[in-house]
Design a binder for this molecule. Structure first.
Ligand code: ZN
Length: 433
């Protein structure tokens, strides 16, 4: 059984980017690589050539420029849905080059499955550490003998692989499929001490899951252990004989919100973590639907207040990461008093276009639309160099964050198209599947 769950990625990916160095991704290089990935998609993927390029009446140009990125054909995230049964036909490399398939968590039982190469995972790891560096002060977490302690509001990776297998049941390469978020959690396990807070009550539940693929009951959010550990760290400055640099609370905002409302606020818990803590929300779920967790929508402003009230963690120390399975990009964000929302930033590996809901033309600053994400880095396995997402976002700035100055486009999430209009982005366009 253990073999079924073993890590299929190279060992060095665990630690390769601990000594993180920024790479340069200038515009001309970006365009050249994007053209290269578009040509590879065209030549190696029949689906891309026949369905997508045809749809857009697209022929391969001699060059791509940063001013006409909107002319590149994009694929809707929906094409990756398991129910479409076309995962293997969305690849642009031979099957033996696919290291792992990434899948999304899904409430509907219809997750996305994306084929990825080792190089793609390498880029993903780079992208992750880049966000951790820019938004969580990664390099300061691990200084001399000091290490960080990370509380992750998520199940551990073994548990996650069991759940992933369950959600992609019936897919041919189920043993080579992992949750997309698992690879972002991984570096923390090797960098400091990581405590996963979603646990199963009894061993019996594990066997229930394995044998019947049922997830009924048996879950706990181990807040008790977290509070005990925090108390110990506050008293001694240490955890398991290691000096603690920072305490991180990361993962699902839904579960964090649940912890406040169902327990900590009721019990009037107060622990002063000001200056020694950072919060990193991840994996979305602000709208109340995230994987197996079905809970009420999180009110972001109230959520920020909870952190200050219970842990004295200030809004400036609360960060968000927006990412989705179909793209290798992670968008880091910080809280904005003005918008009462997280402002998300587009890294230099990526460009975004926000498209009008009616005519799909790029919108201007201050307007809303569907998010398109373009990147030629980390997309060797599939045709996902330009992807249109179901999320409606507001374009805040095209080249620089008005609040922190981060270079690149800035946006915030307004909501999901599915929730707003009861349809997905593919239904706006008459897609031929
Ligand atoms: Zn900013």
């Amino acid at each position: 059984m253990l073999l079924k769950f073993h890590d299929l990625l190279p060992e060095e990916l665990k630690t390769k980017y601990f000594d993180f160095k920024f790479r340069d991704y200038p515009d001309d290089e970006f365009c050249k690589e994007l053209l290269k990935q578009t040509i590879l998609s065209y030549n190696n993927c029949k689906y891309y050539k026949d369905k997508i390029c045809n749809k857009f009446d697209f022929t391969i140009p001699d060059e791509i420029s940063i001013d006409n990125l909107e002319t590149i054909p994009y694929v809707p995230t929906d094409i990756y849905k398991k129910s479409g049964n076309r995962t293997l036909s969305l690849s642009k490399v031979p099957l033996e080059n696919i290291a792992l398939f990434s899948c999304s968590s899904s409430t509907t039982g219809d997750p996305s499955i994306v084929p990825r190469t080792v190089e793609d995972y390498d880029q993903l790891q780079y992208n992750s550490i880049k966000v951790f560096t820019e938004f969580f002060g990664w390099e300061k977490l691990n200084i001399e003998s000091k290490r960080c302690v990370a509380f992750n509001f998520s199940p551990d990776r073994l548990f996650m692989s069991i759940m992933a297998k369950r959600s992609v049941k019936g897919f041919e390469y189920v043993d080579k499929t992992r949750y997309y978020t698992a690879c972002m959690n991984k570096p923390w396990e090797f960098y400091g001490y990581e405590e996963y807070l979603v646990k199963m009550k009894i061993l019996k539940t594990i066997w229930a899951i394995i044998s019947t693929f049922s997830l009924r009951g048996g879950f706990i959010l181990d807040v008790t252990k977290m509070l005990k550990m925090i108390k110990k760290i506050k008293e001694t400055g240490h955890w398991k004989n290691t000096e603690v640099s920072k305490i991180l609370l990361g993962g699902s905002p839904l579960l964090m919100n649940n912890m406040f409302e169902k327990r900590l606020l009721k019990e009037n818990v107060f622990i002063d973590l000001d200056g020694i803590s950072l919060v990193g929300c991840g994996g979305g779920g602000w709208d109340g639907v995230k994987g197996e967790a079905k809970m009420d929508e999180v009110n972001k402003s109230r959520f920020i207040e909870y952190y200050e009230k219970v842990f004295n963690i200030k809004p400036k120390d609360i960060r968000d990461i927006y990412a989705f399975t179909e793209c290798p990009t992670l968008f880091g964000g910080h809280w904005s008093e003005k918008y009462q929302d997280f402002l998300l930033h587009c890294p230099d590996t990526t460009r975004i276009i926000i498209r009008d809901l009616e005519n799909l033309e790029p919108v201007s600053i201050g307007e809303e639309g569907l998010l398109e994400v373009l990147t030629p880095y980390g997309v060797n396995g599939s045709i996902n160099q330009a992807v249109l997402v179901d999320d409606i976002v507001e374009l805040i700035s095209k080249n620089k964050c008005p609040e922190c100055g981060y270079k690149g486009a800035t946006f915030r999430i307004i909501g999901r198209l599915k929730n707003a209009q009861g349809k997905s982005c593919s239904s706006l366009i008459n897609w031929i599947y």
